[in-house]
Design a protein around this ligand. Structure first.
Ligand SMILES: Cc1cc2nc3c(=O)[nH]c(=O)nc-3n(C[C@H](O)[C@H](O)[C@H](O)COP(=O)(O)OP(=O)(O)OC[C@H]3O[C@@H](n4cnc5c(N)ncnc54)[C@H](O)[C@@H]3O)c2cc1C
Ligand code: FES
Length: 256
């Protein structure tokens, strides 16, 4: 059930110049989010920013009552969120959307890039709680643009790919040697060209694959239709029917 709460920022974590994370609590019981679900964050006192901004749940600890968001600074709204400090308030609608399917897989690969790295931490933790050991492959233009590496590395085997070779394999994530190992599930979140390349390869190899789309959103609850994506079954709202989609219904999307 969707809830609206004023959360308090209890910790702020810096991830270089482009990313930061906020650990939040609202003082009450926290619904346990599925990995891949997101919040709509209210950006207060920011001229020109009327709509809430969708941000994935990066981590959650329902027992401690905390939720963590990791944000990439790209425009006015996220720049304003970047000014928040410990003790400040952030109003969230939560939890939204359908998350990743975590039951049934035994050998998953998690592929992330950019802000799409955010939801993969809770996904990796959830898989581990199910006694499944994931392989994680993160990409970025440079090492600096691959945030939260320590958190992933402390949990599981982490591989990286950078355009400039400053970390890990030089090149794209789909060119990394571990990408072509055998898996029974590939989860991807990141820039659209990256996710489409992952989806095409998974389809060719006959590997189950889920992608988490980051279309620009407005209402976040399926009312305004501004976030629709093309699927094999017609247009679907990314906010309500996704953001996670199984690629078996997405040939029209990944072949475009
Ligand atoms: C389901 C979902 C989950 C998301 N999770 C995260 C997350 O965990 N962390 C995070 O940092 N970001 C996440 N995003 C992206 C985030 O919502 C946008 O970066 C943010 O709304 C931009 O707001 P802004 O006001 O700073 O930028 P704006 O001023 O609105 O735009 C600045 C630039 O960013 C582009 N942009 C805006 N929104 C998006 C978008 N959704 N995708 C790609 N480009 C965009 C605009 O076209 C423009 O070029 C997610 C998006 C979705 C839909
Ligand atoms: S954002 Fe309004 S329908 Fe998805």
């Amino acid at each position: 059930m969707k809830e609206v709460h004023n959360f308090t920022i209890i910790q702020r974590i810096e991830h270089g110049e482009r990313y930061f994370a906020l650990v939040l609590a609202h003082g009450g019981t926290l619904q346990s989010p599925a990995p891949g679900q997101f919040v709509e964050a209210l950006v207060e006192d920011c001229p020109g920013v009327m709509l809430r901004r969708p941000i994935s749940v990066h981590d959650a600890d329902p027992q401690a009552g905390t939720l963590t968001l990791m944000v990439q600074i790209v425009g006015r709204g996220t720049r304003k969120l970047a000014t928040l400090r410990e003790g400040d308030r952030l109003n969230l609608v939560y939890p939204l959307g359908h998350g990743f399917t975590t039951e049934g897989c035994k050998k998953p690969l998690l592929v992330g890039g950019g802000a799409g790295i955010a939801p993969l931490l809770l996904l990796a933790k959830t898989l581990q709680a199910n006694e499944v050991q994931p392989t994680v492959l993160l990409g970025g233009r440079t090492a600096e643009l691959i945030p939260a590496r320590d958190a992933f590395a402390s949990l599981c085997t982490l591989h990286t790919a950078t355009d400039d070779g400053s970390l890990g394999h030089r090149g794209l994530v789909v060119e990394h040697p571990v990408f072509n190992d055998s898996y029974d599930m590939i989860y991807a979140c990141g820039p659209t060209p990256m996710m489409k390349a992952v989806a095409r390869s998974a389809a060719q190899r006959g590997v189950e694959c889920e992608v988490s789309l980051e279309n620009v959103m407005a209402c976040g609850v399926g009312a305004c239709l501004c976030c629709v994506t093309d699927t094999d079954h017609g247009h679907r709202c990314v906010c309500k029917d996704g953001p996670v989609f199984n690629i078996k219904n997405m040939r029209r999307w990944y072949e475009q």
